[in-house]
Design a protein around this ligand. Structure first.
Ligand SMILES: Cc1cc2nc3c(=O)[nH]c(=O)nc-3n(C[C@H](O)[C@H](O)[C@H](O)COP(=O)(O)OP(=O)(O)OC[C@H]3O[C@@H](n4cnc5c(N)ncnc54)[C@H](O)[C@@H]3O)c2cc1C
Length: 438
């Protein structure tokens, strides 16, 4: 009798899922195991780079990884498709019909069996039910949204540039409102000024950063709540110097096609609106198999990263929620957490298959860094490793910020290719245009 291979299915090839697929593929190969990655995109781009893609500071084509070639290299199977549900009784994941560009069905709805399942679907922006937010804002959830934002930004810059060329006294401006003063909103605001400053070298001679009108809105008392107050104040100062209007303690109650409306009744006119005010788990619209979810749609996991109701199903990264013993809030939705969870899930899957005891996940907070593009980088390092936080700014902070991506490259390509790609990235930054304009 032919023995069935042990099938480990990972749903989502992002910051955590792709690192796990590579490790499992490299360890088990295809002799007695099948490592299957179900992913709704054809290529991977590390999500923390999306604000740079949106502003045009990074050409995603240079940094993306094709799943098919990557899977072939590392011994896992890549299934192109969107997981829409879980059938825990049959131990299947349900894959939505795959359509081509014209809407014709390429592959019908089908099932993929699993012996062990890892949910690593990440998160999507949380609009907290704010009227008009979903319809009128761009959510930087994936590469498609980042590309859409960049194209719209360039169109508006072109329009303003033409208006100023026709009438030098014109006060035409590109008005951008960003909702959410966390790392994503702050980084995007700074990156926009970097991009605008470069545009005049690429044919928009009369356009410069003075033509940008960026408003950053934060509902809490200050931006960057995860950072010490001194650094948040420094970042606010840097943004204000660039020309950003930073409006903290300002709650957004509605978004219309041309404005953001605040609780105080102010209407902030904006051509482009970005929503970066928190996340919720990426949901499975065809049923989550009765797994336990929290209020923001994340799978609740035990210390082993197994879901609370099924030993065979793990969840990691942004789509999972876990509060470490003694902590007063869950592990934050960050790439470094997804990376660490992927390592624990890897070891625990091996232990589970070998009938050995599983280990508990221990989150190591290496701190947070926020890049203000080429202008500055601020953050705090080490976190709970040294029992306190060490404030860090400037060049050193920039270097450490970049090393996060380096670690991801090692995680998905191995040491040699990861290092080579990092060097190629540096070379490209020097020889290629500073902006992606198409
Ligand atoms: C602009 C921006 C900047 C950020 N900067 C930082 C930073 O500086 N530092 C930091 O630590 N974190 C940062 N983050 C957060 C970080 O990106 C996330 O915490 C991290 O990517 C989470 O990893 P993940 O593996 O859980 O999910 P993701 O990396 O989001 O991967 C999820 C994957 O699942 C796929 N998927 C989703 N649903 C399905 C489905 N139903 N079927 C099949 N596939 C599916 C998606 O296509 C995606 O490939 C940033 C986020 C953004 C948006």
């Amino acid at each position: 009798m032919v023995q069935r291979k042990t099938q480990i299915v990972i749903v989502g090839g992002g910051a955590g899922g792709l690192e796990l697929a590579r490790k499992l593929g490299a360890r088990y190969g295809r002799k007695r195991h099948d490592i299957v990655l179900v992913e709704k995109n054809r290529t991977h781009i590390w999500k923390p780079l999306l604000h740079e893609v949106a502003a045009g500071a990074l050409d995603a084509n240079m940094d993306e990884v094709g799943y098919r070639g990557h899977g072939f290299r590392w011994g896992y199977r890549y299934f192109y498709g969107r997981c829409e549900g879980i059938d825990r009784t049959a131990r299947d994941v349900l894959i939505a019909p795959l359509l081509d560009e014209d809407g014709s069905e390429l592959i019908a709805r089908h099932r993929v069996r699993y012996d062990y399942l890892v949910l690593a679907m990440g998160s999507v922006g949380n609009d907290f039910g704010t009227p008009g937010a979903r319809a009128n804002c761009i959510f930087l959830d994936d590469r498609h949204a980042a590309d859409r934002f960049r194209n719209k930004l360039l169109d508006h810059c072109l329009r303003v540039s033409r208006a100023v060329a026709a009438d030098p006294a014109s006060d035409a401006r590109v008005r951008i409102a960003i909702v959410g003063g966390g790392a994503t909103g702050v980084e995007l605001a700074a990156e926009l000024y970097n991009a605008a400053a470069a545009l005049k070298h690429y044919g928009l001679e009369v356009f410069d950063e003075s033509r940008l009108e960026v408003t950053l809105l934060e509902a809490g008392p200050r931006i960057l709540p995860a950072l010490p107050e001194r650094l948040a104040t420094a970042a606010k100062g840097e943004l204000t110097n660039l020309g950003v209007r930073v409006s903290d303690a300002t709650r957004v109650v509605e978004v219309t096609p041309d404005a953001i409306v605040t609780a105080e009744g102010e209407r902030i006119a904006a051509d482009l609106k970005v929503w970066a005010a928190g996340v919720r788990g990426a949901t499975l619209d065809g049923g989550d198999g009765g797994l336990e979810l929290n209020r923001t749609g994340q799978f609740i996991v035990r210390p082993t990263m197994q879901t609370t109701r099924d030993d065979r199903i793990f969840a990691l990264g942004d789509c999972a929620t876990y509060t470490s013993p003694g902590a007063d809030r869950p592990v934050p939705p960050r790439a470094q957490a997804a990376h660490q969870m992927a390592s624990t899930v890897y070891r625990n899957l091996r232990a589970l298959m070998a009938g050995k005891p599983l280990e508990d996940f221990v989150y190591r907070d290496y701190g947070s860094l926020v890049s203000l593009s080429r202008y500055s980088t601020v953050g705090s390092l080490m976190g709970n490793l040294i029992g306190g936080r060490m404030a860090i700014e400037g060049r050193l902070a920039r270097l450490v910020y970049r090393s996060l991506y380096q670690r991801h490259l090692f995680g998905i390509h191995g040491l040699l290719k990861g290092a080579a790609l990092f060097l190629v990235g540096h070379a490209n930054a020097i020889i290629r245009p500073k902006l992606k304009l198409h």
